[in-house]
Design a binder for this molecule. Structure first.
Ligand code: APR
Length: 242
């Protein structure tokens, strides 16, 4: 295939695993210690805000103990050097893509380092502890909550994401189990639009059979190799070739 002009990359918890952040559904997964219903639903937040806030405070505090790994750095290199269209859509709420230098990035499930006002919808950068009932800097309502998209809530930027996938020549899924929609359905959207699809994952995901190609192994090895290969065929600015 001629080198792609527009690429969409989807990442999940697996890309941050080698940085030391737990995934959700592995043997030592985050959900193993918690029932999803207890910490990642609007009902849980209403029923037991202290537990939900404590869970995300702990994950926010852990960010300062970890660093981006070679996979994050490789995607940041692609972001800097890829002459065509690119967007990195992450399901992760950590800041490792940004800290590695990625810019063309969408956090579809929210961010640990952000607080959301349940009253006015304002999103505020937030690095410290977030207690229930803290006042919103924008509207002063005691309604700040973790800026995390809970199960049953609409992910961020879905129109932009679906538009990018529909226009993509290549869709690459990295470190995600394909267990949660709408992200798990992006490969279908890409196939329907005629894009090529590639999976880079430690083990086959639930949607592996839907990918044109699936490479199995750790992201820290697979992603740098794929970025090197992709930039090598980039040649002159493909965007100019349109
Ligand atoms: N390199 C590549 N892939 C890895 C690595 C690694 N080092 N370690 C684990 N993986 C893979 C696992 O094989 C698994 O397929 O990463 C995937 C992680 O899957 P999940 O734990 O389900 O995480 P994710 O797919 O991101 O979950 C999606 O579910 O709970 C919600 O909102 C949460 O965003 C999350 C969503």
């Amino acid at each position: 295939m001629a080198s792609p002009r527009s690429i969409v990359v989807l990442t999940g918890a697996g890309i941050s695993a080698e940085s030391g952040l737990a995934t959700f559904r592995g043997p030592d997964g985050l959900w193993e210690g918690h029932h999803v219903e207890q910490v990642c639903t609007p009902q849980a937040l209403a029923r037991d805000p202290a537990t939900v806030h404590r869970f995300y405070d702990a994950r926010r505090a852990a960010l300062s103990q970890v660093e981006p790994n070679a996979a994050h750095r490789a995607l940041a290199r692609l972001d800097a050097e890829w002459p065509g269209d690119l967007v990195i859509v992450t399901q992760n709420v950590d800041d490792l893509h940004e800290r590695a230098g990625a810019r063309r990035l969408i956090h579809m499930h929210g961010e640990l380092l952000s607080a959301l006002c349940a009253s006015c919808g304002a999103r505020e950068p937030w690095a410290g502890q977030l207690d229930p009932g803290m006042p919103c800097p924008a509207c002063d309502a005691p309604a700040l909550r973790p800026d995390i998209v809970f199960f049953g809530e609409m992910p961020y930027a879905m129109d932009r994401i679906e538009g990018a996938i529909a226009a993509a020549d290549l869709f690459v899924s990295i470190g995600t189990s394909g267990a949660v929609y709408p992200a798990a359905g992006f490969v279908q959207t890409a196939r329907y639009a005629g894009g090529r699809t590639l999976e880079l994952n430690l083990e086959p995901s639930a949607g592996s059979a839907l990918f044109d190609e699936s490479r199995l192994g750790p992201a820290s090895l697979l992603v740098p190799a794929w970025v090197e290969e992709t930039l090598a065929v980039a040649g002159p600015n493909p965007a100019a070739a349109r």
